[in-house]
Design a protein around this ligand. Structure first.
Ligand SMILES: Cc1ncc(COP(=O)(O)O)c(C=O)c1O
Length: 369
């Protein structure tokens, strides 16, 4: 079979789409000299983001890891506490607990959604457990109905790591609105970006006040330069916020594109029985940040894509296998997804011709393997 290579040069895994007034707002920040973390754009971006998620409050930070660190800190996680989280996530989910001297305790994931398996949480709860963290992996919402119930029963704070899932919905409600605190990332490959950046959202004013205090060197608002504890500088700049505000204007378009990309891959590949797509739970809408599939011979599959100018990305290693968190405990589901999972090019700017080309290359691989 001859492949139609002429349609493109290189197909990246993700891209940045400029779809609002990013340039105008950043220029305005420069022109007015409000380039640091003060000035109108920070507040405007926070207010617009809170409205987008549907929470009362949002506070911007320097990146998604800082958002998690502050969220864990604000709910009171301390040295030697245990924090439950899925074994399949980016390392930042665990690192933010380790920064506080706490121990990440891993829970295996659901074989279809690849997210925290609610059936496996309660057996891991001990006297030391201080929070449950769920991660909406690759844009697919967790089962928030089960998770909120478990958190409530055990009176544990629930934190959403929504770094990859801006705009995803569970039973009609936008993710980020379920947890006591939720964290978002605006890294360059995320649904929307500010270059680097993050946001903490909540409906709880006390928790948000605590995050604001912690991100600003622990200075109390009433008394300039009075710092009752050691804290952090995790503030976002107005340049980032201006860019983010522009991105937010186009977010629905980006999400729609991401969904179309997933649908196109599903239509083009679902008859190949050895490919398994990540699924979104019942009554939910994933934003499909990355269309991710399980395939046999994953590493040679990725090599073939690369030879055809197609970028791809392996699924994260299970956190329990990474040196800082190494454990001999077995997590069969996350281990299997990690060893066979691969994300396909999922940028919102990918063209139909490029998707068709990827499909063609994938189909060709499976006709020979
Ligand atoms: C699930 C998850 N959590 C946290 C982060 C950390 O975000 P950041 O890179 O903005 O620090 C990321 C992304 O990088 C992520 O994918």
């Amino acid at each position: 079979m001859t492949l139609q290579k002429e349609v493109h040069e290189f197909i990246p895994i993700a891209d940045t789409i400029l779809c609002g007034n990013e340039e105008k707002y950043v220029t305005e920040a420069i022109r007015t000299k409000w380039v640091s973390s003060k000035g109108p754009f920070v507040k405007r971006f926070e207010d617009a983001f809170a409205q987008f998620v549907g929470t009362r409050y949002a506070t911007s930070v320097s990146n998604g890891t800082a958002a998690l660190h502050l969220a864990y800190h604000a709910v009171g996680i301390q040295k030697d506490d245990e924090v439950l989280m899925p074994n399949l996530s980016f390392i930042a989910t665990a690192n933010a607990a380790a920064y506080l001297g706490a121990k990440p305790v891993f829970v295996d994931v659901d074989p279809k959604t690849w997210n925290l398996d609610p059936k496996k949480i309660e057996e891991k709860i001990t006297d030391k457990t201080k929070a449950i963290v769920c991660v909406h992996l690759y844009g697919a919402p967790c089962d928030m109905s089960a998770l909120t119930k478990i958190a409530k029963t055990h009176q544990l704070p629930l934190i959403e790591d929504a770094a990859e899932a801006h705009g995803a919905r569970f039973e009609g409600k936008t993710v980020g609105g379920f947890g006591d605190l939720s964290a978002f990332s605006f890294f360059g490959n995320k649904i929307i970006t500010t270059g680097e950046g993050g946001m903490v959202v909540s409906n709880n004013s006390q928790l948000i006040d605590r995050v604001n205090f912690l991100k600003n060197h622990g200075m109390i608002p009433e008394q300039q330069y009075w710092h009752p504890e050691i804290a952090f500088n995790y503030r976002m700049t107005a340049l980032q916020a201006g860019f983010g505000l522009g991105q937010l204007e186009g977010i629905q378009k980006i999400i729609q594109q991401k969904k179309e990309v997933y649908k196109a891959y599903l239509n083009g590949l679902s008859d190949i029985s050895s490919i398994e797509f990540q699924q979104s739970p019942k009554n939910s809408e994933s934003v499909w940040w990355m269309t991710t599939i399980k395939v046999p011979h994953r590493d040679s599959f990725m090599n073939v894509l690369k030879r055809h100018g197609i970028d791809s990305r392996r699924v994260f290693y299970p956190l329990s296998q990474l040196p800082p968190y190494h454990s001999s405990e077995s997590f069969p589901v996350s281990e299997e997804i990690s060893s066979s999972g691969v994300s396909l090019p999922s940028g919102a700017g990918i063209t139909r011709a490029q998707i068709d080309y990827v499909i063609q290359v994938v189909r060709n691989f499976f006709s020979q393997n």
